[in-house]
Design a protein around this ligand. Structure first.
Ligand code: NAD
Length: 335
C-alpha cells in the first residue's frame, strides 16, 4: 500500500484524564506506529517518558494506587498535574483531553492553561455539550495566536456520528433532520464516572452542577431506581452547533438521545444516525449509518479522537491554527 504521508518520527501524544476513556486511549495507541504515548495525567499526578509509556503499567498504577503519578520511574505526584506537566515544557505534539467537563467550563479553562503556557501543538476533545463547544469556539483567535490547532467534538457523538451526518448530507439538496440515537453498555458505572454524571445532567430535573455535586452513593441510588439504565432525550449535544457551523443544517433540526445501560456491556440498542433530506429530484429519503453492536463506546470515541488528532497535526504542520470541529475536517486513519 502506498503511504500518503510519512512521519519521520511518531506523533508524541499526551492523554489528560486517565479514567475510562483515558485508559482506553492508551490501549488504542499501544500497537500504533504513527503515534506514541509519552504523557498521561490524572487528578493525582502525571507520568512522562520520551521513550513512551506502557499502557498496562499506567493502568496498573492508576487502578491499584489511584494515580499514574505512582508509575516508576516516569511518574510524579501532583494535585496540579496539568499545570505541572505543562510547566516542564516536555516535547508533546498533541494532547487528547479525556477529562470530565465538570463544571461545564472545565475543558475551556484547561485550554486557557495551554494558551498561557506557550505550548504549541494539537488538542483534541470528545466534549459533548453545545454550550461547552461554544465556549471553545469563542477562543478561536487566542488559539490561532498561540499556535494551537484545536479539534473539538471528536468523540463518538459528537464526533464520528456528526461526521457521518456531514457525509450523508451530500446526497441531498436540503436536509430536513439529523437524528442521533446512541446505545451504550458498560459493565459498571465506576469505569466511566464522568460520562455517567454528565449523562445524568441531561435528565429532567438535573443540571450539570447538580450531577457534579452528587456523591457516588447518590449516583448509585439513582441507578438503583432505574435498574442501571439511563434514558436520555433531546440532549444538549454539540452535534447541532457543529452541523450548523458546517453549513449543513440548522441546529434545531438536529436531535440527540440515547440509552445507557450501566450494568451490562451489551448495548441496549444499536447506535445510529438518520439523515433525512430532499434530493435534487424532489425525493424525500433517509440515510442511516449504524455502528456495529460489538464496538464499545471507548472504541468509537478514542479511534476518532486520534484520527482527528492526526488530521490536526497535518493542519498544524501547514501553519493552520485555531479551532475545527469533527463536521468540517476528515479524520485521518492512524496506523
Ligand atoms: P472518568 O471519570 O472515568 O475519568 C476522568 C479522569 O480525569 C480521571 O482519571 C480523573 O483523575 C481525571 N481528572 C479529573 N480532574 C482532573 C484534573 N483537574 N486534572 C487532571 N486530571 C483530572 O471519565 P470518562 O468517563 O472517561 O469521561 C471523560 C470525558 O469523555 C467526559 O467528559 C465524557 O463526557 C467524555 N465522553 C465523550 C463521549 C463522546 O462520544 N463525545 C463519549 C463518552 C465520554
Amino acid at each position: 500500500m502506498r503511504d500518503s504521508i510519512k512521519y519521520p518520527q511518531p506523533i508524541r501524544i499526551g492523554v489528560l484524564g486517565f479514567g475510562g476513556l483515558g485508559q482506553a486511549a492508551a490501549r488504542v495507541l499501544a500497537p500504533k506506529r504513527e503515534m506514541i504515548l509519552v504523557a498521561a495525567a490524572d487528578k493525582g499526578g502525571y507520568a512522562y517518558s520520551t521513550e513512551g509509556l506502557d499502557a498496562q503499567a499506567c493502568a496498573a498504577a492508576y487502578q491499584s494506587q489511584g494515580s499514574v503519578g505512582y508509575l516508576e520511574p516516569a511518574g510524579t505526584l501532583s494535585n496540579n498535574s496539568i499545570q505541572d506537566l505543562l510547566a516542564n515544557n516536555h516535547a508533546v505534539d498533541g494532547y487528547f483531553l479525556a477529562l470530565p467537563n465538570l463544571p461545564n467550563d472545565f475543558i475551556p479553562s484547561v485550554t486557557k492553561q495551554f494558551i498561557q503556557s506557550g505550548w504549541r501543538g494539537v488538542l483534541v476533545d470528545a466534549i459533548k455539550r453545545t454550550s461547552a463547544v461554544e465556549q471553545l469556539l469563542e477562543m478561536k483567535a487566542q488559539l490561532q495566536a498561540a499556535g494551537i490547532t484545536y479539534m473539538t467534538g471528536c468523540g463518538a457523538t459528537p464526533g464520528l456520528l456528526t461526521a457521518a451526518a456531514a457525509l450523508a448530507a451530500q446526497s441531498y439538496a436540503e436536509i430536513h433532520s439529523v437524528v442521533i440515537t446512541f446505545g451504550v453498555g458498560i459493565a459498571n458505572w465506576e469505569a466511566y464516572r464522568a460520562t455517567v454524571r454528565e449523562d445524568i445532567g441531561h435528565m429532567p430535573g438535573y443540571t450539570v452542577e447538580k450531577a457534579r455535586a452528587m456523591t457516588d452513593a447518590e449516583v448509585e441510588a439513582l441507578l438503583d431506581k432505574t435498574n442501571g439504565v439511563l434514558t436520555l432525550e433531546n440532549m444538549e449535544h454539540a452535534d447541532d452547533v457543529m452541523l450548523e457551523l458546517a453549513g449543513i443544517v440548522e441546529r434545531d433540526r438536529v436531535t440527540v438521545g440515547g440509552v445507557v445501560d450501566t450494568r451490562n456491556p451489551k448495548k441496549p440498542l444499536s447506535t445510529n444516525v438518520k439523515v433525512t433530506g430532499r434530493t435534487f429530484e424532489g425525493k424525500i429519503s433517509t440515510h442511516t449509518f449504524t455502528l456495529g453492536d460489538e464496538t464499545s463506546m471507548a472504541a468509537n470515541v478514542c479511534g476518532p479522537a486520534f484520527g482527528y488528532l492526526k488530521a490536526g497535526v497535518q493542519l498544524h504542520q501547514r501553519g493552520i491554527h485555531g479551532i475545527f470541529t469533527a463536521a468540517e475536517i476528515m479524520p485521518q486513519f492512524v496506523r
